[in-house]
Design a protein around this ligand. Structure first.
Ligand code: LFR
Length: 480
């Protein structure tokens, strides 16, 4: 049996989990959880990365003796280092507005169809590529000699070693999903110096050992190796989809809903680009073919506005609200920025001539119906575009605990839903470490272990999928 520490950083909290792995054994417990509070300063929205690092150190101390440490977080964001290896400023939050209008400037040099053919990445204003195009104008950028994605930055502080993990690198829009290495063509066309990036590392690669000062701060006894995991949290979560059958779709639910398929090769067609599907990289040579849907962010932001009422009670009330009275487009970038979410949802309903949800229960129902509808659309389109029919949907991540969302997704998709594990990203993180240590075989072995050890809940589709088709048509027509 081995014990691993999984550092898993989400948009609103970070945690250090301890995972125990052995034959027929996979157990996860929380060593430490800490808030991740983005800070708005006059320059814009920033991550408090030192507070996150302090949380990681506290977590490692709480976890105690482990055989290795792995780190995953949200994607696309980074810290810049100067020539001495010192961090230049707080990393910019991907919801910051600095990338507004930047994509059009990039596309003037490299048209979006060529960019998609080369990188397979969906358009999102926050792709690292557009962030770099915005950052390039700053004095800070002129000082930068190295760019480290968030998990790689933390690993650097823990070990003194620099690398760029591949699954997360694939979200920069500078990687070719066919060759699974940097796209020097895209970088050259846009004048981006790939020398800014540390060499690529793959999940399972060693990433150094904890520095003496880290051992001292955490009370751990060395050597403690750090293992490269699938450092993009969504890649870790997909690795932990407990699928036993071959034809499955997944939805990683949390702040975002990432809905799609696991493929052996990217889909780079023009249809796929028009549908804004992404080809991010997964473990074991796989492609995560998926779409970003705004996800439970819509609800999280409302809860914040409403003063954090009891979620369980709210969901029970929302279940009583008539279904599909009003729906919004949960893919709409208009919901990306924080603030005033209940009002923005009401505005979207009003603008499309639908009843305006008023009470928190009505707004919550509108959000969950809208998410289920977006899940339905994304999975239907993914199957069509990749020509890969599925017969089951796995919901992993925090939303797997939201029974109403799981049931509505089953209803909307007309497919059985298997929900769990909720801590998929941390489990995927642990499993890749176990894989690197030959405790589990390939990803099929990981999934068998997950299916055999994790509590999962099943939801059968209810009622008539035609109701959802009508709602989908209605939304499409209203958007014109
Ligand atoms: C989910 C996630 C998504 C990514 C978004 C921004 O936590 O990693 O996969 O698109 O955050 O980084």
């Amino acid at each position: 049996m081995r014990t691993y520490a999984a550092v898993d950083l989400g948009a609103s909290s970070g945690r250090v989990m301890t995972g125990r792995v052995g034959p027929g054994l996979l157990e996860l417990s929380e060593a430490h959880r800490f808030p991740n509070r983005p800070v708005r300063i006059p320059e814009g929205l920033r991550w408090d990365v030192l507070a996150l690092y302090a949380g990681v150190l506290d977590g490692l101390r709480a976890a105690g003796a482990v055989d290795s440490v792995g780190i995953d977080s949200w994607a696309v964001d980074y810290g810049l280092l100067d020539a001495d290896g010192a961090l230049l400023g707080n990393p910019v939050h991907y919801r910051d507005t600095r990338t507004e209008g930047v994509a059009e400037q990039v596309w003037a040099t490299l048209p979006p169809d060529e960019l998609y053919a080369a990188t397979g990445l969906q358009y999102a204003p926050f792709n690292t590529l557009y962030q770099l195009a915005a950052a390039r104008r700053t004095a800070q950028f002129a000082q930068a000699r190295r760019l480290l994605l968030i998990p790689d930055l933390l690993a650097y502080w823990l070990t003194g070693e620099q690398g760029t993990e591949l699954t997360n690198a694939s979200t920069t829009q500078l990687v070719d999903p066919r060759t699974r290495t940097w796209s020097s063509g895209v970088a050259a066309r846009l004048g981006i110096d790939l020398g800014l990036f540390a060499p690529l590392r793959r999940p399972g690669d060693p990433a150094g050992v904890l520095l003496p000062e880290v051992l001292e701060q955490t009370g751990l006894r060395g050597p403690v190796p750090v293992t490269t995991v699938a450092s993009h949290d969504t890649a870790s979560a997909v690795a932990a989809v407990p699928a036993v059958a071959e034809h499955f779709a997944y939805i990683c639910t949390g702040t975002w809903s990432l809905a799609g398929l696991e493929l052996d090769a990217p889909v780079l067609t023009e249809d796929s680009r028009a549908a804004n599907f992404t080809n991010e990289l997964g473990i074991d040579g796989t492609v995560r073919y998926l779409r970003n849907i705004m996800g439970l962010w819509l609800l999280q932001e409302c809860l914040r506005e409403w003063g954090e009422p009891d979620l369980g009670a709210l969901l029970r009330q929302a279940a009583e609200v008539p279904a599909l009275r009003s729906v919004v487009d949960a893919q709409d970038g208009a919901f990306l920025a924080p603030g005033r979410m209940p009002q923005r949802i009401a505005d979207a309903c009003r603008a499309t001539g639908q009843p305006v949800p008023d009470t928190p229960a009505e707004v919550t129902r509108c959000i969950l119906d809208s998410l289920a509808l977006a899940h339905r659309r994304a999975l239907a389109e993914a199957q069509r575009l990749a020509d890969r029919p599925v017969d089951v949907v796995h919901i992993v991540g925090g939303g797997a605990r939201n029974a109403l969302l799981c049931q509505l997704t089953a209803d909307a998709c007309g497919l059985p839903v298997v929900a769990g594990p909720a801590e998929a990203a941390a489990l995927g993180n642990v499993l890749v470490q176990a894989w690197a240590h030959h405790l589990v075989g390939d990803r099929t072995g990981m999934r068998r272990l997950l299916a055999g050890t994790q509590p999962l809940k099943r939801y059968a589709p209810r009622g008539d999928a035609a109701v959802w088709r009508t709602a989908e048509d209605r939304l499409g027509a209203r958007q014109g």
